[in-house]
Design a protein around this ligand. Structure first.
Ligand code: ZN
Length: 730
């Protein structure tokens, strides 16, 4: 999963208003520039740490990344396939060969695969969709056996016939537009294009409007020849390429549909499939633009609005009809076994404090890019840790490295693991670092803003491939290029830390962050390769070595970035969380919500004072903490009497942003600051309870949600103040 992260983060940056630069006011940019202060380390321990980090960064070798990828992407390896299990065992054995304890953890989950797929136009002419991606000679893996056909997982079975309506991206606003054009989708089959939202939102919204079936096609304007040359000449999606993918209603909850909220271990209680909330209400299927064209060509009715028109050689009409189509889908709903690889290095001082790092290993087909590019980088980080251990390195905290299974279907492997170990994780997890796909370009980062400073310090200390200074320099350069206003450019150059985007969903950090409140980050390079083989048979070794990261230098750089993050978290005297950036960011979210209520046809008076007051207190507490931390570090943390208790307070601070009741209509999502949008899917909604109540005009929810969010911020503030007192030796 996890597509175009960099683009979406850029959009977040561009869309938020610039607020006061906290650092220019208080002069706290202590880690900026050439000084090598390390947050959370005393001067003496920083020197030792930097020495180990340099040794670690010398280990990753591009040629080994290439070798692992060749092995892992050699055959299709989706959940339930023989090669998926074989890959899990191979990864486990690699970790063991590096001297790291590793094992498999198994879960049994509901994972449907298609037994019948029919899509045909029956009026005005007849056309039967091929639903088949052809093998091409330039890509030997494209002819592999055991490829999963093109389909959307967790579509319901169905046999429907109806007139076709073109609904653009299929988001709620598109149906408002259709209504204006006098087109009703009730009893019709809608055809939507990929983009504009996560795919699972499209059948959900279509069903809410009364449609009986949903098609999702890749329009070449967004994903195909309009973007550039198509594979194998270029990296973009060819005519018959289709995007597989899950349509589970993940904004309700990810993970196994039959065990919502608890682990899908053998013998676990399971709800009947009919009660599973996250399976679609109507049948849905993805198709190529080759298959979409003959049907779209037979639509009449109103002309599609300008912004709805794609790059196919037709005049886009919305219908309905005269095209009339028949869609028939049935699935094998049997249970499949997941194989998560869990590798572990025991901490020497704080074995019960866990730094967790994961990347999924399952793919829709061969998945060289998604997820193998990230998985092989994780493995090289693991090998580097093995080398360090041989040289006598002893991380203070336990490091757990995970290769997740079943991410593509709905974060199955990570969610079931998190739900199974929830009690222990709430107590012990320091932070979760995730990666997924990676390719040439700049580092993209999203995460908890309590870790924004850490990411900046790490990016400062790792070299960008190609000798362009540090990873941080390269990120800043790209951000400046993409900034839309002078004000934005100024902020990027002058703010102490480069901002990171908030996490919505789309990869395995979701259960850690949004279910349990474990501070999380997601990292990956990208942006320079171009791509259009996502979730197709062409996401192959041949594609990756031509277009993704031909030299594997960026993969090696990701091993270095992630390795540095992990060992810094695992070895710090005081875990390097930082709260002024968090307070600053939350203040911006409140400002955005304020503008939303003014700009939108504000139908109610909304008083955001509780949130504003809470953020103000948090800002003050975070400044007191900064002051105390700086002083304590200068004293070598000698005056801190309860180091273990202090660390626990600080890494558990993110838990305070959880409310056990969760969000309205989706109690699994408990984080009060970050959630995937109910109607955007991957796209993040910040302070989601309040923001979505206003956006959806659920006016009676605004006050209670504001109370929950404000209380969470206040609880965090108290926790930080307790940490400050401990730093002061009280
Ligand atoms: Zn992925």
């Amino acid at each position: 999963m996890h597509r175009k992260r960099i683009r979406s983060i850029t959009a977040i940056f561009a869309s938020v208003a610039v607020s006061i630069n906290l650092f220019s006011l208080i002069g706290l940019a202590q880690s900026n520039g050439k000084t090598h202060s390390l947050r959370g380390f005393s001067e003496a321990s920083a020197a030792a740490e930097l020495n180990w980090e340099e040794k670690m960064r010398a280990v990753p070798k591009p040629e080994l990344l290439r070798e692992y990828m060749k092995q892992l992407s050699a055959e299709p390896h989706h959940v339930g396939s023989a090669y998926d299990k074989q890959n899990a065992e191979w990864i486990r054995d690699k970790f063991k060969s590096w001297g790291i304890d590793a094992k498999l953890e198994e879960f049994d989950v509901l994972f449907p695969t298609p037994t019948e797929r029919v899509l045909e136009m029956i009026e005005p002419g007849r056309f039967r969709a091929t639903l088949k991606e052809p093998a091409i000679p330039e890509d030997p893996d494209s002819g592999d056996e055991n490829q999963l056909p093109t389909y959307n997982a967790y579509s319901i079975d169905g046999d429907v016939t109806g007139q076709l309506v073109y609904a653009n991206y299929g988001v709620p606003a598109d149906y408002d537009e259709l209504a204006k054009l006098g087109v009703d989708v009730k009893g019709k089959i809608v055809i939507t294009r990929y983009g504009g939202s996560w795919r699972g939102i499209k059948p959900k919204v279509a069903a809410e409007h009364g449609a009986i079936g949903c098609l999702i096609y890749s329009d070449p304007r967004d994903d195909g020849y309009y973007q550039g040359d198509v594979f194998p000449q270029g990296p973009y999606r060819p005519e018959q390429g289709a995007q597989r993918g899950s349509v589970m209603d993940m904004p309700i909850h990810p993970g196994d549909p039959l065990t919502p909220g608890w682990g899908a271990v053998k013998g676990a209680r399971r709800i009947p499939r009919e009660q599973a909330e996250v399976i679609t209400k109507i049948p849905v299927m993805p198709i190529s633009y080759g298959d979409a064209l003959p049907m779209l060509r037979e639509l009449r009715g109103p002309l599609a609005p300008d912004a709805w028109r794609g790059a196919l050689p037709i005049t886009y009409h919305v219908g309905s009809g005269p095209a009339r189509v028949h869609l028939k889908l049935s699935f094998d709903w049997s249970m499949k076994t997941l194989y998560d690889v869990v590798a572990r290095i025991e901490g020497s001082t704080y074995p019960d404090e866990w730094v967790i790092f994961g990347n999924h290993h399952d793919a829709w087909v061969n998945g060289a890019d998604d997820p193998t590019s990230g998985q092989v980088a994780l493995m090289e980080t693991g090998r580097a840790f093995g080398e360090l251990l041989k040289q006598g390195w002893k991380p203070k905290r336990t490091i757990i490295m995970c290769a997740w299974d079943g991410e593509e279907e709905g974060l199955l492997g990570s969610t079931e693991w998190v739900e199974t170990h929830a009690d222990e994780l709430k107590q012990k997890a320091v932070a979760y670092l995730n990666s997924d796909t990676t390719s040439k370009g700049r580092l993209g980062v999203g995460g908890s803003h309590s870790l924004e400073r850490l990411i900046n310090e790490v990016a400062r200390d790792v070299s960008q491939p190609g000798g362009k200074g540090s990873v941080l320099d390269a990120m800043k350069e790209r951000r400046v290029d993409q900034a839309r206003t002078d004000e934005d450019r100024k902020e990027i150059r002058e703010r102490g830390d480069l901002r990171i985007g908030a996490l919505g969903s789309g990869s395995d950090y979701t259960p850690f962050l949004q279910h349990l409140g474990i501070a999380s980050m997601n990292t990956g390079f990208g942006g320079d390769g171009g791509g259009g083989v996502y979730h197709s048979i062409y996401d192959s070794f041949a594609w990756y070595v031509k277009f993704g990261d031909p030299t594997f230098e960026y993969g090696a750089a990701l091993s270095q970035v992630n390795g540095t993050i992990v060992i810094r978290l695992a070895s710090a005297d005081v875990v390097p969380f930082e709260f002024t950036n968090l307070a600053d960011t939350l203040g911006r979210y409140v400002d955005e919500i304020d503008k939303l209520t003014i700009r939108g046809k504000r139908q109610r008076d909304i008083d955001l004072t509780p949130l504003k007051t809470a953020v103000k207190s948090l800002t003050e507490a975070s400044l007191r903490y900064e002051d105390a931390l700086t002083k304590a570090a200068a004293r070598g943390f000698q005056t801190v009497k309860q180091a273990k208790a202090l660390n626990e307070l600080i890494y558990q601070s993110e838990r305070k942003l959880i409310n056990e009741q969760g969000l309205p209509r989706r109690p699994w999502f408990k984080h009060q600051m970050y959630a995937p949008g109910f109607y955007t899917g991957y796209g993040v909604k910040t302070i989601p309870g309040v923001r979505e109540a206003i956006e959806e005009k659920n006016w009676n929810e605004v006050a209670p949600e504001m109370k929950k969010a404000s209380a969470a911020i206040q609880a965090l503030t108290s926790q930080i103040d307790a940490g400050t007192r401990m730093l002061e030796g009280k």
